[in-house]
Design a protein around this ligand. Structure first.
Ligand SMILES: Cc1cc2nc3c(=O)[nH]c(=O)nc-3n(C[C@H](O)[C@H](O)[C@H](O)COP(=O)(O)OP(=O)(O)OC[C@H]3O[C@@H](n4cnc5c(N)ncnc54)[C@H](O)[C@@H]3O)c2cc1C
Length: 458
């Protein structure tokens, strides 16, 4: 067992017992809903062990593991052998091999995997910077430029004045961090320190490091800013940007609080927070096909967190896709690729097409989905705003004259209600499209849902 696992049962939740939020305007909720549509074992086990947790899906962890174990046993098709696998099993004939050994894959298998995919393609820890949805960066406090004008406007620069920098610095060094696990001590090395650790070395260290302003002129002031945070494009669609050099071990709430002190990020939506912990994962853009088979060996699949996704549900989703394709291979059927409009497909697209040199694990978020036409969102928004306002509006009472300014006030109120609704509505529009695409996908391909008899325990 790994240092984090204690029970030897399948699907052990090593930390939180939450499978994150429910609901279709939540990216993890959408991912779970897609899994339910295809008959996921993990989702049906979770339903049976559900605990009251407001808008989240939390489970009783022991019952959950036992339910998964029961599901596997009840198929009568699965033999469980509990032992360490020290090398990648060879392919024998028409079978498939799936490696799903997770973030704490044991050393000997990790070494063999590294030899197979190349040393540079296997990472042993995360050092990820936060990622923001670019549409939520305030353009009034940011400008596009590359240092010394080299490379055009590739970077979004978020300038800070001396006062803004000093406040940011004070809050950064005082912010609460995630405590390191016993097996994570000594994780950080000099070339990749958390930004808060760098800051503690002196008030100006960041201004000579990730916040250096050299080679940049703020067009608003015509001067070099006191300090700058640069944002760099993170996905092929150009919807996500990461904070360059801002790998951090701060608690997530603290990241939101402290990074929102940067004027351009005051209202930014953080689609992924920075993390620094032990994590074995492959450079999927180099290693994996979008079917989750390895490029070098089509009968060898990777699944779970080792593919470069992050989180219980994302890992299970990658298990679902890898399992479907491994089974299809055995049955002589063509492998399937989840459409990028779905949350499964969007995650796979990200991990297989991101820049391999900068690749860091990703969790489910709406920024990964392709944009929906703004006309669709506006129509949805207008319909909702209208419905909300109709609840508020009262017709003039009998004998009362209609207020001539009333219509103008109503349409102003409607415009402002539409703007307020916009973000959840974009998410709702994306969810609706993702689920209908996912349904088409399931219908067009026989995805083995039910055929593996997992449905017998629903
Ligand atoms: C300490 C810690 C805390 C975490 N907390 C959270 C959290 O709160 N919420 C969240 O969403 N995610 C969390 N994660 C991430 C979470 O672990 C993963 O997202 C998820 O469990 C990964 O699923 P997986 O199936 O890929 O791997 P795992 O769940 O780790 O399963 C892999 C299995 O493979 C076994 N194994 C490893 N090497 C070998 C080998 N050579 N031979 C045979 N078996 C092997 C392991 O013992 C394990 O049973 C945490 C991770 C860690 C390490």
């Amino acid at each position: 067992m790994t240092p984090a696992h204690h029970t030897g049962l399948p699907a052990e939740l090593v930390c939180s017992n939450s499978l994150k939020g429910e609901g279709l305007t939540n990216a993890a909720g959408l991912l779970k809903e897609e899994m339910r549509h295809v008959g996921s074992v993990i989702m049906s086990a979770a339903e049976r062990c559900r605990l009251p947790a407001g808008a989240a899906l939390a489970v009783d962890r022991d019952s959950f593991s036992l339910a998964v174990a029961g599901l596997l046993e009840s198929t009568g098709l699965i033999e469980v052998i509990q032992e360490e696998v020290t090398a990648i099993p060879p392919g024998d004939g028409p079978g498939s091999v799936i490696i799903a050994t997770g973030p704490l894959t044991s050393d000997s298998l990790a070494e063999d995997l590294a030899a197979f995919i190349g040393e540079d393609s296997l990472a042993f820890y995360d050092a990820a910077a936060p990622i923001v949805d670019v549409s939520t960066v305030d353009p009034a406090h940011a400008f596009r430029a590359s240092r010394y004008g080299k490379g055009g406007g590739d970077y979004i620069n978020c300038p800070l004045t001396k006062e803004e920098y000093e406040l940011f610095y004070r809050e950064l060094i005082a912010a609460a961090q995630h405590p390191a696990k016993p097996f994570e001590h000594g994780l950080f090395f000099e070339g990749c320190l958390p930004v808060e650790e760098l800051a503690r070395r002196g008030p100006d260290t960041l201004r000579y490091g990730p916040m250096k302003p050299v080679g940049l002129t703020d067009p608003t002031t015509g001067r070099r800013p006191y300090a700058v945070i640069q944002l760099r494009q993170d996905d092929a669609a150009g919807t996500l940007y990461n904070l360059v050099g801002f790998q951090t071990n701060l608690r997530w709430g603290e990241q939101k609080r402290v990074f929102s002190l940067i004027p351009a990020l005051r209202n930014a939506s953080f689609v992924r927070y920075g993390v620094m912990h032990r994590n074995t994962y492959v450079s999927s853009p180099r290693v994996l096909q979008p079917t989750l088979a390895t490029r070098r060996r089509p009968d060898l699949f990777l699944a779970g967190q080792i593919t470069g996704v992050e989180g219980y549900v994302e890992s299970a989703a990658m298990g679902l896709l890898a399992g479907i394709n491994a089974a299809r291979l055995v049955l002589g059927a063509e492998a399937v690729v989840a459409p990028p409009e779905t949350m499964h497909g969007a995650l796979v697209r990200y991990i297989t097409t991101a820049d391999p040199g900068l690749f860091q694990p990703m969790n489910a978020n709406f920024g990964l989905l392709p944009p929906v036409p703004s006309s669709v969102v506006s129509k949805l928004a207008a319909a909702k705003a209208q419905a909300a306002l109709e609840g508020e509006a009262t017709p003039p009472a009998a004998g009362e004259t209609a207020d001539p300014h009333r219509h103008g006030r109503r349409s102003r109120r409607r415009r402002s209600a539409t703007r307020r609704l916009r973000k959840p509505l974009i998410q709702e529009a994306k969810s609706l499209r993702a689920l209908s695409t996912w349904d088409d996908f399931i219908e067009n391909y026989e995805l083995l849902s039910g055929r593996l008899q997992f449905n017998m325990v629903k």
